[in-house]
Design a protein around this ligand. Structure first.
Ligand code: SAM
Ligand code: SF4
Length: 352
């Protein structure tokens, strides 16, 4: 007697390693994935991009379907939080399809949080859709409340458009955290006003120290660098700041502002070592996984993804190898007499 086996469907994430959580060699569980969906942007912030940028050919980008598939793999391995970033994520065509797709994981409980970091230029038309997809909180980058200064910092941005985006997000019920890069001699006179404005609007606020990422013309980053210890000390003269127990596993420390009732964060990768609690990895829009914002260690996931469209095992094995190589930490240094950045890629590649 002879018989033929019918072609089998790909094994659904069956092997033990394919269901286990991602723990790196230093015992850190990876529960947070940031996905950069594009390297393009409609702004050219002076600390982030050069005015003339060479963007990646579109063929090199992962499709949105591939990003959804990769996300599924990470969620199956215990990732509970996804952040969509860029470049500017909302300039990627059809990006709302991806939000809706990923939102399904919120509905079935396999994902705890889906969020995004945006410059808010396109937020007015997407805020409702984001809320419907299940997004509850977003980060909006805003370094100044002054329109002329905004145009100088972003080169191509218009403050009114961003303010409309923020208002639309608030109206849609999204909780907003404003991210402000602290720039010496550029916006340091506005920090009190930003705390006050965020208090009035009900937004949390986080200051970010400028980081030495990416080559760009004319930007003297050592001159832009403003230690947040100094910012915090100055804010402490006007506001009652109480250190909060709030932690995200990332490089931020939080304070409660008694006068406004809002939270104030400080992201200080240069002056603080936050690596022991690092729970995150970053995926670029070409499918490269970076295990650390400050190191070059990376792994290609696009190869296994495309080579095996119907089999998750090679992709899972590549993710395992990548996590096994997550470095212990990083060592950023801004030296005044040094022009090359500590890490040569722009934040718009790894998504901040
Ligand atoms: N375009 C979106 C935005 O601006 O929110 C998302 C991508 S952007 C690369 C993510 C964050 O990185 C923004 O808050 C931005 O201010 C920050 N960023 C970019 N370059 C930086 C640098 N050199 N140092 C510190 N923060 C930087
Ligand atoms: Fe664009 Fe965001 Fe970079 Fe500004 S910080 S240039 S908005 S990616």
């Amino acid at each position: 007697m002879s018989f033929t086996l019918a072609p089998q469907a790909p094994a659904p994430l069956a092997a033990a390693s394919q269901n286990s959580s991602l723990v790196d060699p230093f015992g850190r569980t990876i529960s947070y994935l940031r996905i950069s969906v594009t390297d393009r942007c409609d702004f050219r912030c002076v600390y982030c991009m050069a005015e003339q940028m060479n963007f990646l050919p579109k063929a090199e980008l992962l499709t949105l379907e591939e990003m959804a598939r990769l996300s599924r793999a990470f969620i199956a391995r215990g990732v509970r939080k996804l952040r969509i970033t860029g470049g500017e994520p909302l300039v990627r065509r059809n990006v709302m399809w991806l939000f809706n797709e990923l939102g399904q994981h919120l509905k079935d409980g396999s994902l705890e949080e889906l969020t995004l970091t945006t410059n808010a230029s396109q937020l007015a038309r997407h805020a409702e859709g984001l809320a419907e997809a299940g997004v509850r909180r977003i980060n909006v980058s805003l370094d100044t409340l002054n329109a002329d200064r905004f145009a100088e910092i972003t080169r191509w941005g218009r403050l009114t458009q961003v303010m409309e985006g923020i208002a639309a997000a608030k109206a849609a019920g999204l909780k907003i955290k404003i991210n402000t890069v602290a720039l010496r001699g550029v916006n340091e006179d506005e920090f009190d006003r930003l705390v006050e404005w965020c208090g009035e609007e009900g937004h949390d606020l986080t200051f970010i120290e400028v980081m030495p990422l990416g080559e760009m013309e004319g930007a003297a980053r050592a001159d832009q660098y403003l230690p947040l210890s100094m910012v915090r000390a100055r804010l402490g003269r006007r506001w009652t700041l109480t250190e909060s127990t709030h932690r995200t596993g990332g490089p931020a420390r939080y304070f409660d502002v008694a006068e406004t009732g809002q939270r104030l964060g400080f992201i200080t990768p240069l002056t603080h070592n936050f690596c022991e609690s690092c729970n995150r990895v970053r995926l670029t829009c070409t499918g490269t996984l970076y295990m650390c914002l400050g190191q070059e260690d990376s792994a290609d996931l696009r190869g296994p993804l495309r080579a095996h469209p119907d089999d998750e095992a090679p992709l899972m094995a590549a993710i395992d190898r990548a996590i096994a190589g997550k470095p212990k930490g990083h060592d950023f240094v801004i030296e005044r007499n040094r022009t090359a950045p500590a890490v040569g890629r722009h934040m718009s590649v790894t998504g901040g």
